[in-house]
Design a protein around this ligand. Structure first.
Ligand code: PBG
Length: 354
């Protein structure tokens, strides 16, 4: 940027364009809109009333009735997409994650109900086994406790087909197994689901920020460990769930780009980066390198940190949330998964967030 094009002080005064609200609006570069927001919702069978998740104030386990209310609310607020995460009762979890591809299980049943009432609401179904395995890993385990790649991918294909059959618009593999996008695409196409979109969690980091989510769906190891001792001698002395053999290490940028490149080559329509704020550099690099719609997941721990700060009076919720979500748009996110979706969409309706 040569001064010759832009001039300098005192002819140029950048504050001139910041003087009034109108002028700031006039030169606005990025905005947050309700349809940028994707609302992740925890669903549960036999939950006749809302149950709040302790570390995530304002986030609930929803039974069918509450879920349909949430869909109604989403439509009124201008939120166009929701993502469903099931809370599976411990007796239905097993080492083989059978409930994950059972056509009459929680997610397909609830999706069918949503689609009957709200056919235009985009429903995103998570493809991963962690809600369904007794140990909480995203895949099947070998005898020695290692997470099996190819066997897991076969189950993910079944799961994706069941979700597509139930009517989800988007399947979102969040498991980080190798080769799963190609396998899922092929399996969907063979069954005639050529329009089902694949949003791959292409760069999902092994982050400490998923803890509230794991507690919410009951996938944190040690909580419901029914696995063989060899998998984790954890029953007495629970170890935190470690997913570093399949999720990305936080020190990696190049590897994230390889992950995205592979997933796109395998047929991913959309890619997702997760978590969001600490990985804004990844969002930016991916969106600028591949020119594909890139999404960000503002995860449970990011939500919990804000809530904790707000509860202590550290900052004003509306200001800090708007700033964070806007920073993700600026980084290059096309849309953002956030538990704040309904709250922010409400703010957008009565005000002006940027
Ligand atoms: C696992 C999955 C996780 C999240 C979404 N899908 C957690 C994990 O990898 O253990 C976390 C989302 C959040 O923290 O909000 N398939």
């Amino acid at each position: 940027m040569e001064n010759v094009f832009y001039g300098g002080f005192p002819q140029v005064r950048l504050r001139r364009l910041r003087r009034t609200a109108y002028l700031r609006d006039l030169v606005c570069e990025h905005t947050l809109r309700a349809h940028d927001l994707i609302w992740p919702i925890f669903i549960k069978d036999h939950s006749s009333h809302y149950h709040e998740i302790t570390s995530m104030p304002g986030v609930y386990h929803c039974g069918l009735k509450e879920l349909l209310n949430a869909c109604e609310q989403a439509c009124q607020l201008g939120i166009r997409a929701i993502a469903l995460f099931p809370v599976i009762s411990p007796e239905k979890k097993c080492l083989m994650a059978r409930e994950a591809y059972y056509p009459d299980s929680l997610v397909p049943r609830f999706v069918a109900q949503i689609k009957q009432r709200f056919p235009d609401l985009c429903v995103i179904g998570d493809v991963a086994l962690d809600p369904y395995t007794s140990h909480g890993h995203d895949g099947l385990l070998a005898e020695n406790g290692a997470v099996l790649n190819d066997d897991t991918v076969r189950v993910l294909c079944e799961q994706a087909s069941v979700l597509a059959g139930a009517g989800v618009d988007v399947v979102a593999p969040s498991d980080m197994m190798d080769g799963r996008v190609a396998a899922i695409r092929q399996s969907l196409d063979q069954k005639g689901f050529t329009h089902t979109i694949i949003m791959s969690y292409a760069a999902k980091y092994a982050s400490s920020l998923y803890q509230p989510f794991r507690v919410a769906i009951g996938s944190s190891l040690g909580v419901n460990s029914q696995t063989k001792k060899t998998h984790h001698q954890a029953s007495k002395n629970p170890l935190p769930l470690c997913k570093k053999t399949y999720q990305l290490s936080p020190d990696r940028l190049q590897e994230a780009l390889r992950e995205v490149a592979f997933d796109l080559k395998e047929g991913a329509d959309l890619v997702l980066i997760k978590p969001a704020t600490l990985y804004a550099d990844i969002i930016k690099t991916v969106s600028q390198t591949f020119h594909v719609p890139t999404f960000a997941y503002h995860v449970s721990g990011e939500y919990a940190m804000i809530k904790a700060g707000v509860a202590r009076g550290v900052f004003i919720e509306r200001d800090v949330v708007s700033e964070i979500l806007l920073s993700l748009k600026r980084a290059g996110a096309q849309g953002i998964f956030t538990y704040y979706a309904p709250v922010v969409a409400g703010w957008l309706q009565d005000g002006h967030e940027r």
